[in-house]
Design a binder for this molecule. Sequence first.
Ligand code: ADP
Ligand code: ASP
Ligand code: MG
Length: 449
Amino acid sequence: MPSTLNVAKFGGTSVANYLTIQNCADIVIKNENTKVVVVSAAAGVTNYLVLLANTALTSEQIAEVIEKIRIIELAILNELKKPSDVEDKLFALLDELEEYARHEEINFRDDLKDALLSMGERMSSLLVAAIIREKGCHAINFDVRKVLRTDDRYTQATPELETIGKLAQQLLLPELDKAIVVTQGFVGADANGKTTTLGRGGSDFTAALLAEALNASTCEIWTDVIGVYTTDPRITDKAKPLPELSFEEAAEMATFGAKVLHPATMEPALRRDIKVFVGSSKEPEKGGTWIRRNCEHEPPFRAITRRKDQVLVTVKTPKMMYAQGFLARVFEIIAKQDLSVDLITTSEIAVSFTLDNPPNSISEKMNKDTLKALSEICEVKVEHDFDAVTVVGNNMHSAAGVSSKIFAAVSNFNLRMICFGANVHNLSFVVQDKDSEEVVKVLHAALFE
Ligand code: ADP
Ligand code: ASP
Ligand code: MG
C-alpha cells in the first residue's frame, strides 16, 4: 500500500511562544497522516547559543545571554496547563545548556559548540509535545540523535543516509503507531553518539531526511510566509506566492539564497519523490506552495533570489608561463578546507569565486588557513560587501531573448561578476551589497510585474 505518512516541520517563529505553538498543534492534529513533527528552536534561541559558542564573554555576559534564553523557554512553560509534566526536564536542559556555555573550551571546540547549539531544539521539542498532549492527542518527545546519524564534522555535519534509514525503520517507525512523535530539527549524532548539527537553518533538511527514511509521501515546511514567493517578500511587497515549483527550481532557489528552505532540503525529496509543501503556520487556510517533480507550467523565469554576505576571492598567479595546473591546485586547497564554491569565473591566470559568509554562521569560511595555503601558490585578494542576485527559471540557456531581458533590466548597475549556472536553471550576478535590493526590485519589475 502506498504510504500516506506526512512529516511536518515548524520553524523558529512558528514555535516562538505558547500561542504560535497552539497553531502548530492544531495543524498537526487536523491532518491524521501527520505522525512526525520536526521542530526548530524557538525564534532567537539559536542566535543566542551561537553567541555563547563563538564569543569570549565574561561570566556576567554569559549569565545575561542565558537569562534571555530562559525567559523565552519559561514563558512557554508557564502557559502550559500542567507545567509540572515537563518542568523538571526543561530545568535539566537549561542546566545542561549552562554547563556547556561555561565550559572553558567552548569557544575552541566544535564538538562542545554542537552540544550547546542543540539545546534550543531539545527544549522546544519537549514543549511542543506537551502542548499537543494538552489538546488531547498522545504525543511523545523523541531524541533525534538515536536515528539521525552524521559524520563528525561538527557544526556542519553530513548525514549518513543508509544508517539513518536503518535506524529510523528500527527505532522511530514503531513509535508512530503509538503516538505523534515530536523531534528536533538541525541536530544529529556521530557514530560515537556525540551531538552534531547540520548548519544554520538545518531543520528543513532534517524533516526531509526523516521523510525519506520513513518513506513518507509528503513533507510540510510550516513557516512565517504563505509559501515560496517570486522573491523574498521582505525585499518587495510586489513578490507573489507561487502555487507550485519543481524540485529543481526549489533546489536552485534554496541554494541561491531563498532562506525559506535550507539548501539541502530538496535532495531527499528528489531521491524519493516526496512532495514538499511550504505554508504559514499562522494562516494555514491560505494554502501554500507545492514542490513536486513535474509542474504543470515551467516558465523561463520563476523567481529571483539574493544571497547576502558574499566574500569575493580572486586568486592570480603571476607566473603566466607556468599557469598549467594552477586551477587544479587552487581547487585542491578549496576542497581540503571543505569550502563550497558556487559562483566562479576563470581565466588562464586568475580565478574569482564567491564564498558565503553570513552573520551568525557557526564557522567563518575564508579562514586564515585557507588564505595561507592559497598565498603560497598565488596572489590572493579578498573583498567583502558583495551580494549575489540570481534569476531562477527554466531553459535559460536556450530560450530566445531570455538573457537580453535580464541584462536590459540591470544595465545601470555595476555587475562585478556574471555567471550562467552549470545547469539551465539560473543566471547570477555579484553586485555591491548596497545595490542588491534595487537589483532585485528592477529584475522583479521587469520579469514578474
Ligand atoms: P523558519 O524559521 O520557519 O525556518 P526562515 O526565516 O528560515 O523561517 O525562512 C522564512 C523566511 O524566508 C521568510 O520570512 C522570508 O523572509 C524568507 N525568504 C527568502 N526568500 C523567500 C522566498 N523566495 N519566498 C518566501 N520566503 C522567502
Ligand atoms: N535552529 C536552527 C537555526 O536557527 C535550525 C533551524 O531553525 O532550522 O539555524
Ligand atoms: Mg529556516
